[in-house]
Design a protein. Structure first.
Ligand SMILES: Nc1ncnc2c1ncn2[C@@H]1O[C@H](COP(=O)(O)OP(=O)(O)OP(=O)(O)O)[C@@H](O)[C@H]1O
Length: 371
């Protein structure tokens, strides 16, 4: 089977009319998908040159279709995003830096098409269970009867394909939008579907931001007749440029912050609460993950301490959404692509996430339609 490098090399046989370089070398090949069924990519060109690149798109598609073993080839022509805002230092932004970025690039005032509400789930620190909690919340919202999408925006460590056991990349529809695969009732898209995890890890800020923008705006999350009620976005950890890009690309209705009980995690979570507050995003609440472990005798062992997230929420005057216990079954479900709360919708874990989902809904503007 072809690999990515072979495809990128082959695409260099087509010349970019603007630079005279091969398409790959010119950096025009984005979101390349090489799977046994198909090869495709987004040809991303400056906004004012989209029409003139029509023949290049056709040539690229023809070239891909002619490669050995390729059954289906698809090249989508897309306009480049507006220039990225001045790149803040990764992670830990000072309030002054946030203010500067805000001035440079205004906050978005619209959501992706046919999406009623967008919530983001963030954490100051990595590894605190943000993806696990995001997915639990998304499934909880779905169990409350909403149409829910799950966007894995963790560019530096996409986990949705593993968490949900979905390996199939999205197809492109006739409207050139990605049609997200569905899993456990959720519409899912992830940077992990578009690139190898190792490749995503080395992306620089602006590229990561562009990939995120494409996932957000070029996915058919809903339709006119069946709009998505809530899109849950699992952010990368930290308070860096991806978080800020998002506030510039979509209206965000609220943010949920996940923390473990340890002070180190809490101080980073506090920073995340501040970041969203500064960028005008309503903080819907804080979740304490790994709050305790329930021993076989029923006692609750507080391995990492307990209650810090509730105190943080209190001090920051935002809601405390609830505790998630440390549970080997939750971990196993994540590793196997069979989420515990979907498999046991009446279990204790599902009940916890449903309560959190309800609190999230209570915090959102009341126009989320149940359908
Ligand atoms: N409450 C829990 N009980 C048991 N295991 C958990 C729990 N929460 C998370 N885990 C496990 O901890 C690991 C890290 O979780 P997860 O990937 O959700 O964290 P994360 O904050 O999204 O990480 P990062 O963003 O740094 O990649 C995973 O193996 C997950 O299954």
């Amino acid at each position: 089977m072809l690999d990515r490098d072979q495809v990128l090399t082959a695409l260099n046989a087509i010349t970019d009319p603007a630079t005279g370089q091969g398409l790959s070398d010119a950096g025009l090949v984005r979101a390349l998908i090489v799977s046994p069924e198909r090869v495709g990519f987004m040809l991303e060109v400056p906004q004012d040159k989209v029409t003139s690149y029509g023949p290049v798109r056709l040539a690229a598609e023809k070239l891909l279709a002619g490669l050995e073993g390729v059954r289906k080839a698809q090249v989508v022509l897309t306009a480049e995003m507006a220039a990225a805002p001045p790149k803040p230092a990764q992670a830990k932004l000072s309030p002054q830096a946030i203010d500067q970025v805000k001035k440079a690039a205004p906050v978005a005032d619209a959501r992706p098409d046919h999406v009623k509400q967008v919530i983001v789930v963030g954490s100051g620190k990595g590894g605190v269970g943000k993806s696990t909690v995001s997915l639990g919340l998304a499934l909880g919202l779905h169990q409350l009867g909403l149409r829910v999408g799950f966007l894995d925006a963790d560019i530096y460590g996409p986990s949705a394909p593993t968490l949900l056991g979905v390996r199939r990349p999205p197809e492109f529809g006739p409207d050139k939008l990605m049609v997200p695969p569905e899993a456990f009732g959720l519409k899912v898209n992830s940077v992990g579907f578009l690139v190898d995890a190792d490749q995503a890890m080395i992306w620089r800020g602006p590229m990561a931001s562009q990939a995120l923008t494409q996932l957000l705006t070029q996915t058919r999350w809903g339709t006119e007749s069946q709009p998505l009620d809530v899109l849950v976005v699992d952010l990368p950890p930290g308070t860096g440029d991806v978080q800020l890009t998002l506030t510039q690309k979509t209206l965000i209705d609220g943010a949920v912050i996940v923390s473990t009980p340890q002070e180190m995690a809490l101080s980073d979570a506090r920073r995340a609460v501040t970041l969203f507050g500064k960028t005008g995003v309503k903080v819907l609440g804080v979740v304490e993950n790994m709050a305790f472990f329930k021993a076989p005798d029923g006692s609750e062992i507080e391995i990492f301490g307990r209650g810090g997230a509730a105190r943080l929420a209190d001090a920051s005057k935002v809601p405390f959404l609830g505790e998630v216990p440390l549970d080997p079954a939750l971990r196993a479900g994540c590793d196997d692509g069979r989420p515990l709360t979907a498999l046991e919708p009446d279990g204790d874990m599902a009940a916890r996430f449903k309560v959190m989902a309800q609190k999230v809904l209570d915090g959102l503007a009341a126009d989320v339609g149940k359908s």
